[in-house]
Design a protein around this ligand. Structure first.
Ligand SMILES: [Zn+2]
Length: 264
């Protein structure tokens, strides 16, 4: 299937959310949209307009690298269908492959349990075993964006995994996209406090949770408002989930800023 007005409309709304496009939402290709599409590294300026637009749709569908070729084949169709499903239902299409359905938890993060005892048994008392990590790309304090967080204080047991996640994020997105998508707006890691709106300790109390871009992913916002629910962030969440980290947004559709090294 080539481009349709539906896929072009979807591209228009993605560009609008990213503040890259102010033109009409009419399912037609406009010059302003081509200017956005050619910013994708894989896109060649010699390609015709439609091919550039297909490349943009491939990008927002979560395809990366060589898969962004501007040609609408089976792989593009599958990625696009999954994107439409996510937009309609706010979550990934349930996989029919049993090996994909098993939960990834390579680091064996503990289950959160029904009391704080489960996390304390694994991680120790809140506020203990904290170590510094120098993030592989600059992190800025979300509440003071001109200030850089030189180190992240986190639990010793999650440090190496966290470093792998952020290193992969840097490799996949690169500094420009990290900045544009606000993956560098750091909302904090270790913070000994009760869970917001709850009675238990927050997972931040052990230094095993991180918040990103809290401004655009507020606690009570669902996928209809949170920026991290957009398809451009699929690869971001893959980086975390491959290491077994849990996004409350992806699993519970609230607190999209938050990711933690536990299972629910
Ligand atoms: Zn949090």
């Amino acid at each position: 299937m080539p481009l349709t007005s539906e896929s072009i409309l979807l591209a228009q709304s993605a560009m609008r959310r990213a503040h890259q496009y102010n033109g009409p939402q009419d399912g037609l290709i406009h010059d302003e949209m081509i200017a956005v599409a050619v910013n994708i590294a894989a896109v060649k300026r010699s390609w015709p307009r439609e091919r550039k637009m297909v490349a943009y749709v491939q990008q927002i569908s979560g395809l990366r690298g060589d898969a962004i070729d501007g040609l609408w084949g089976d792989e593009t169709q599958r990625a696009y269908d999954a994107l439409v499903h996510r937009r309609l239902f706010g979550s990934a299409e349930p996989s029919w492959r049993p090996e994909d359905r098993s939960e990834r938890n390579p680091n064996n993060w503990p289950s959160q349990g029904s009391t704080d005892a489960a996390l304390t048994a694994y991680y120790g008392a809140p506020g203990t075993r904290l170590v510094p990590l120098t993030p592989p790309y600059p992190h800025y304090l979300a509440w003071a964006p001109d200030q850089q967080a030189r180190t992240i204080r986190c639990h010793a047991l999650v440090r190496d995994s966290l470093e792998r996640v952020l290193t992969k994020v840097l490799r996949i997105y690169g500094p420009h996209e990290i900045s544009r998508l606000r993956l560098d707006q750091f909302g904090g890691c270790y913070n000994d406090r009760p869970m917001r709106g709850g009675t238990r300790r927050s997972t931040h109390s052990w230094g095993i949770a991180l918040d990103y871009d809290p401004t655009n992913n507020q606690l009570r916002w669902g996928a209809d408002r949170a920026s991290f629910a957009h398809p451009e962030y699929t690869a971001w969440w893959d980086c975390w989930e491959e290491e077994g980290w849990l996004s409350l947004g992806r699993t519970r559709n609230f607190d999209w800023m938050h990711v933690q090294a536990t299972r629910i």
